[in-house]
Design a protein around this ligand. Sequence first.
Ligand SMILES: NC(=O)c1ccc[n+]([C@@H]2O[C@H](COP(=O)([O-])OP(=O)(O)OC[C@H]3O[C@@H](n4cnc5c(N)ncnc54)[C@H](OP(=O)(O)O)[C@@H]3O)[C@@H](O)[C@H]2O)c1
Length: 264
Amino acid sequence: MGLLQEKIALVTGSSRGIGRATAELFASQGATLVVHYHKSEHQAKDVVSRIRQSGGKAISIGANLEEPDAIDALFDRIQSELGGLDILMANAAATAFKSIMDLKPHHVNRTFNLVFSGLIHAVQRAAPLMEARGSGRIITVSGHGTPFTLPGYAAIGSAKGAVETLTRYLAYELGPKGITCNSIAPGVIATDSARYYMGERYDRFDREVRLQTPLGRIGQPEDVARVALFLASPLSDFVTGQVLRVDGGLTLSSGPFENMTHVE
Ligand SMILES: NC(=O)c1ccc[n+]([C@@H]2O[C@H](COP(=O)([O-])OP(=O)(O)OC[C@H]3O[C@@H](n4cnc5c(N)ncnc54)[C@H](OP(=O)(O)O)[C@@H]3O)[C@@H](O)[C@H]2O)c1
């Protein structure tokens, strides 16, 4: 018996990276997965195939989570095709990595629409489905650029700061309905977005992060997925409103980020 037997889980942005690893782990523990994607339809379908080949259950649904109507359509399909929802991991994110002076209004709006406003809208649709099933789990994803400053990271770092605060308010408001809400704050995890952020300096960055990390390596998507499984499972029944840092101890050192990014 898996830890998520009979559960239905939506992991946003599970076509790639941390979301993909989490969707595959949840499915291996018995959950029926909604593999959500925006542009990477082919990769999302590949995740669904891998889950089904391993004996699990999954469907893929595409939606641009910057748009309220698309969020509604996503939840309408979950309701009609799967009949409910137990777990929401709000993992999808994107931004423009720019200095504050170069940020245009649309960069800020798009980042906050996806990461913050879209989360509120998704929770407004997810919570009644969870309440109808007697309990639920909401997992948000923050990041290293919230407690620390990173070059070019102001928009998304600030949006994730708002997400951490919202996580505590959600825990407070939804606790009486049997729904927990916690956040995972990954350190540096080897995914497409980390490679994109660092550009051609990624290899040097990788070496520096290893040196600064007490556990001596860069994070892998599976490191985050295992903590998400804990937060999604009965093992964390009495944990809510918390931010768990999954960074091998990187937050304990001063950080190798300055002068290492491709952001002007
Ligand atoms: N990697 C790290 O080092 C790191 C560190 C700290 C925090 N995090 C956080 O961890 C989470 C996952 O990171 P990752 O590195 O795995 O990301 P990633 O590989 O860049 O994947 C991002 C995911 O978000 C989806 N997405 C992007 N724009 C979207 C939109 N407008 N609507 C709906 N979905 C959209 C993408 O979907 P498509 O590909 O289908 O378009 C993709 O599945 C993010 O919240 C990120 O901020 C990552």
